[in-house]
Design a protein around this ligand. Structure first.
Ligand SMILES: C[S@@+](CC[C@H](N)C(=O)[O-])C[C@H]1O[C@@H](n2cnc3c(N)ncnc32)[C@H](O)[C@@H]1O
Length: 209
């Protein structure tokens, strides 16, 4: 498999050991809860948490009565997610660029703070569109390029300090263009609220397949 994928996988294998205990990890989990609220879950719906990390999003989805599935490339993150009892048998190790689901298999997808790591962003977005049912909902949160903090966190820290030079973030305008080109309809990309600098530097996307 792609060396870029392995590099990001190794980065997250290390981070998985202390992800939840860091200040940033806690803030990302709070933001993830905001994203889960936007899913407007209905019991029985099949929902993928893409780039699930330690499994908190998929667990919240399951707690709401939906079928929460988690997929992540990092084996370390998958191993952490296995600690969540409600995710037993519902975790997959894989790449966002090749989702192991048939066309239209999922009601909803949640993807929080993971997308900028994908080696082929457009391909991953097309995969999300493919595996969603017609009218299915994607809720995605990621740092945005049109905010100084988002740019600094990704382009300076992740690129320069950690050497993850493939990471890429997009402005609100670029996001709307990408979603349209990937075949989504009825989409919107809005900035995060003012609660924290991290949240403000995020884009919140809701898009229908
Ligand atoms: C910052 S963590 C976010 C975890 C969780 N979604 C959250 O909001 O707390 C990013 C996650 O994306 C995963 N990831 C990165 N590239 C991936 C890929 N190509 N396919 C699947 N997962 C990937 C990482 O392994 C990591 O667990």
């Amino acid at each position: 498999m792609d060396e870029r994928l392995h590099k990001h996988g190794r980065f997250f294998d290390v981070w998985s050991k202390f992800y939840r205990s860091t200040l940033l990890g806690r803030e990302l989990r709070r933001i993830q809860r905001l994203a889960v609220e936007r899913l407007r879950l209905v019991p029985g719906q099949v929902v993928l948490d893409l780039g699930c990390g330690p499994g908190d999003g998929a667990a919240l989805v399951s707690d709401a009565g939906a079928v929460g599935l988690g997929l992540d490339y990092s084996q370390g993150m998958i191993d952490s997610a296995k600690q969540e009892p409600q995710l037993s048998g519902r975790l997959l190790r894989g790449d966002a660029g090749r989702l192991p689901f048939r066309d239209g298999a999922l009601d909803k997808i949640i993807c929080t703070n993971s997308f900028h790591h994908y080696p082929d962003h457009f391909k991953a977005l097309c995969e999300m569109r493919r595996v969603l049912k017609p009218g299915g909902l994607l809720v995605l949160v990621d740092p945005r390029r049109d905010h100084l903090f988002g740019w600094a966190a990704i382009d300076l820290v992740e690129n320069a300090v950690f050497g993850l030079e493939e990471v890429r973030i997009f402005s609100l305008t670029q996001w709307c263009q990408l979603l349209g080109e990937a075949g989504f309809s009825d989409y919107r990309a809005t900035p995060g609220g003012f609660f924290s600098p991290v949240e403000r530097a995020e884009v919140f996307i809701e898009a229908r397949a």
